[in-house]
Ligand binder design. Structure first.
Ligand SMILES: [Cu+2]
Length: 124
């Protein structure tokens, strides 16, 4: 009787070891939290939070739309350095959308806070 219980415990312990042994596979998809990934998408969202655009880099398909939302208590803008789009001043929770019809790299910034890091939309 006693040996039966011990062997049962051994079987259970082995089972646990096998379970934990193959559980170490982790995802590598979130290595760069500032990028939306390299696969272009048709619709992307960018939050303006803590005086930064997040994600700072968006890969977008031609014809795709980016939606910016100001999540800060202070007003911000999303203004293309090349002049192709300008949100104007966005108050808290205000949304701005822009559709990109032409492939290219669009670097933009906030005209209110020029110390905020520039961000980029890559349309491909
Ligand atoms: Cu700003």
């Amino acid at each position: 009787m006693k040996t039966k219980i011990i062997s049962l415990a051994l079987v259970m312990a082995c089972g646990l070891l096998m379970l934990t042994g193959c559980g170490g596979k982790s995802s590598n998809n979130s290595m760069n939290p500032t990028s939306s990934g390299n696969t272009p998408v048709i619709a992307a969202s960018v939050s303006i939070v803590n005086f930064a655009f997040s994600p700072a880099i968006v890969h977008l398909k031609v014809g795709g739309t980016v939606t910016w939302t100001n999540k800060d208590a202070t007003p911000h803008t999303a203004t293309d350095l090349g002049g192709s789009f300008d949100s104007g001043s966005l108050s808290t929770d205000q949304v701005f959308k822009h559709t990109f019809a032409t492939a290219g790299t669009y670097t933009y910034h906030c005209t209110i806070h020029t110390m905020m890091p520039n961000a980029t939309i890559i349309v491909e």
